[in-house]
Design a protein around this ligand. Sequence first.
Ligand code: FES
Length: 156
Amino acid sequence: MFKFTEENVARIEASKKKYPTSRAAVMDALYIAQEQNGYISQEVMTEVASLLNIDTVDVLGVATFYTMYHKKPAGKFHIQVCTNVSCMLRGGYEILESVEKKLGIKENEVTNDGKYSIEEVECMGSCGTAPMLAINEDFYENLSKENLDQLLDKLN
Ligand code: FES
């Protein structure tokens, strides 16, 4: 059963104080939950809802809307490849294919060692520097097959 650490409960309580309603702290709470648990499970959503005193369905709505929240276990390096219009027109699908080939997994899969996972995502707001991908919270833009290879080789 998922329980927040004392330290994380304190962080969420501090976050609640920043907003007029505790509901507004749901994104912060989910972020902290993902840091602790690695992904947002049903149990995590129930615990977040209980701490914020809101309905679980409200937590679910936020967790499923934003791609930054993982709904299933992700790799240590979670790679989100954008294939929305700007990225697609500038080779987003080729980038996705190259990442899949290099790591030996398909989109929505995690490598056996738990190191890498891949997700195809919608626009991440970096259209002007398409194609792009994110590795955990860092964006990598103006990708080409060459600089992609170097980028993936550097991950440890
Ligand atoms: S279309 Fe890829 S970042 Fe906007």
